[in-house]
Ligand binder design. Structure first.
Ligand code: AMP
Ligand code: MG
Length: 223
């Protein structure tokens, strides 16, 4: 029987797609994504802002793959998401009182908090000062994926560096193709700006990136 090489190639260029209920994500439904993360693969998934790319942040092979998929220059750190505040203890040295107050007010939600990283994360993911950016997202599927993986995961935007972000699984597939192993399709995400990033290592917060939460709202919440 003749093999249709063109359709085989077209199929080979597509990542696996996994449809998961974004509001009630069952752990059994997410298991293929957890298995892919455990194998060091790159998994796309929806967050409360954009589609993100998850890898196991402890694995250098996975981090290298993540930077390759994004065509991201070395030296730009990658934010992580956690299932809950308790899970961030796996990756940060110390939850400062300031970080605790911001987490209480804004998590789950799109505020990434920068703290000193524990050893064990791939160095590509932490910044030059040894910090890591972390948040608990307001998206049940994103939280559940980190919960089922039993560790925070990366959540860099699912697009090539400098290109527009993706708010749908189909846009991730179009932008990144089979360089991503698996796309968890949880429907549309909110879009708009990404998370606001704040340095909470000291006594006063420092804005590192403007994002969906206006900076004056962050400051007011601490007044
Ligand atoms: P992206 O990975 O494109 O979704 O964007 C993530 C942004 O978070 C980049 O602008 C990074 O510079 C920033 N970022 C990630 N980790 C840190 C960190 N530890 N300290 C400061 N900024 C960070
Ligand atoms: Mg980005």
């Amino acid at each position: 029987m003749a093999v249709d090489v063109r359709s085989w190639r077209a199929r080979a260029a597509l990542p696996r797609r996994l449809a998961v209920d974004p509001d009630r994500p069952e752990s059994v439904a997410l298991q293929p994504a957890v298995d892919a993360l455990a194998a060091g693969e790159v998994v796309a998934f929806p967050t409360d802002t954009l589609y993100g790319l998850a890898v196991d942040p402890r694995r250098s092979d996975a981090a290298r793959r993540l930077f390759a998929v994004k065509r991201r220059p070395a030296g730009v750190a990658v934010p992580l998401i956690a299932a809950d505040v308790g899970q961030i203890e796996l990756v940060v040295r110390y939850l400062t009182p300031l970080a605790r107050r911001m987490a209480d007010r804004w998590w789950p939600g799109p505020l990434s908090i920068v703290l000193d990283a524990l050893p064990g994360l791939d160095p590509r993911l932490v910044d030059a000062a040894g910090t890591v950016a972390l948040r608990v997202p307001a998206h049940p599927l994103a939280r559940r994926l980190a919960e089922c993986f039993n560790h925070p995961i990366t959540a860099t935007s699912a697009n090539r560096s400098g290109e527009s972000p993706a708010t749908e699984a189909a846009a991730v597939v179009e932008a990144l193709g089979s360089e991503v192993s698996l796309v968890v399709d949880g429907g549309s995400t909110a879009g708009g700006p990404p998370s606001t990033i704040v340095d909470a290592r000291g006594g006063a917060p420092a804005l590192l990136r403007e994002g969906v939460i206006p900076w004056d709202h962050v400051l007011q919440s601490l007044a």
